[in-house]
Design a binder for this molecule. Sequence first.
Ligand SMILES: Nc1ncnc2c1ncn2[C@@H]1O[C@H](COP(=O)(O)OP(=O)(O)OP(=O)(O)O)[C@@H](O)[C@H]1O
Ligand SMILES: [Mg+2]
Length: 570
Amino acid sequence: MAEKDSEKDSEKEEEQRDVDIELETIEGKAQEEKLGEVCAADTGPPNSVITMKILSRPDTLRLGQPIVIKSDTLLYYSLIMRLYYPPNPTAERFANSPFTELIPPSDVEGVRGKEFYGLADLSCLKVLPKRDFDDINYQEFMREFDTIPPIFSIGRDVTEEEFNLIYQESEFTEAFGTLRGFHLEVPLDFAKLVKKPFGLFGRTGIGKSILNKILALFILKHNVSQMVLFDMQGEYGLYSRADNTKGLAYFYQDKIQMYLLSTLKKGDTVIDGSEQFFVYKQNISASDIIASAQNLNEPTINVLYRIEDLVNDGAAGYDNLLDAINGIDADIDDAINPHSLRALRNRIVRFDRYGFIKDKGTRTDEDSIQNMFTRLKEGKSIVVDFGRYGANTHLYLFIANMITRRLYSIYNQREDDPDLPPLTIILEEAHKFLQPNIIRYTVFDRIAREMRKFQLTLGFVDQRPSQIDEEVYSQIANTFVMHMNDERDINTVVKTLPNAKKWKGVITGLQKRQVFVRGDAIAVPTIIDVLDYTDEENLKKKLEIKVPLSDTMKEIENSDMSQLFPEDEE
Ligand SMILES: Nc1ncnc2c1ncn2[C@@H]1O[C@H](COP(=O)(O)OP(=O)(O)OP(=O)(O)O)[C@@H](O)[C@H]1O
Ligand SMILES: [Mg+2]
């Protein structure tokens, strides 16, 4: 009897569940808005596309927006690559005529079955089985566009559940923004990001530095890599001199070591422990001078290397390259052409003005670059603040090459040292180092190619990706692309994407603070609305910073920084 009861109970339960499920599906159906139906598809080659006839006004859709096409067995996760009206002789004939007013607007808007409608070309990124997402295996999850949906399959917005399946979260994922036009946060894997070179590109004033700061903050939060940042505009320290937004040290004072190239001005605030940057003349190499000069010709470069050899062999009569160039007699060596020597001298005149280049003489203390290495081993990330030298490109190239070259050589010599922290060197204006004609003389070429094995990575922030040496560009594993105008730059960033041409429209259509991201740190190529950097509370929450930052700031403002305000050297 009791058994029967329980049987009945379970029957009832079953029934109830059926009803629930049915309701759910009905509700689900009611929620999901149909955006259109498939009217053509092609896996290619050459063109891989699903074409959807748009149900309502095309201007409710945007390039880059995700659309899910569903058949009875599969879900096609796709992005809109092109929106257009097919050629329509009737529309052409009636446009600009009084007859247009005779066609009721509702007929024009309701597209289905009418004369006038728009089409959307979609690029399918994933083909998923349509069933319980919990038992989708890896192989199924990785399936790409290898079949086509039935004609008239429905297209609709992505659901949160589908989104979460595609953009899986893990220990090192963080969202620096939301899927454009939706409230869905897009996770990016920061541990993967710092493993290989990455690039952040976009025209001037579009939000590159702010996004770079956000990325750097998450890198700091997770300790997945330490960083060296060459801060030309003074944006990354405590506050940005450019727009007064907060810098990295504002949030993570203890994780940042700042070096200042120029002396401070009244009103500048820096964090405790900031140091005045200096290097010994004796540590300057030919490569630093070539990077800085940018356009030395071949014979001049040869003379420079010859002089460097003489200095290294002790045959020049000088213990450093700068003094040797200035003082050496061209007659000392056949390879030294007087004309090239004069050209070289002209190029290094400017080095006399820099107070931070010191003569080692009998000094025994380590210069700032050696000191940086000590700080890196203590777990700090480095911000090199260029201060009033911010607009001096030559100096920037000189310093960045010298610091990177010496860190590289330390990493190179200690390949097996487990104490070496993973390091990401972030370069603004990267193309200036990475132009095909100078790159082979700089250290960046080698790093981009081979340093992954030493845990040394480069991050490029730049306006002109098209000017970066092709081979180095091809090493970039993750790309962040903001709005760009220049055709050549756009061609460069889409080049390696399947359907390259179609992505161009997506990139031209980006607005300020929007970024197109692709690479192995993100599930699929995505357009993201970057979070509001001025919303400090939100940022603190994401960074899991619990202390009130105002206290730390008071401490900084009250601390004695007088050693950093000596007499100005100019
Ligand atoms: N995510 C954001 N949150 C809040 N403000 C932002 C954001 N992104 C950009 N801005 C605003 O846009 C301005 C320009 O951004 P940013 O300095 O990052 O541009 P950029 O691309 O680095 O420019 P440049 O090429 O001149 O270096 C910032 O000063 C800031 O006011
Ligand atoms: Mg910038």
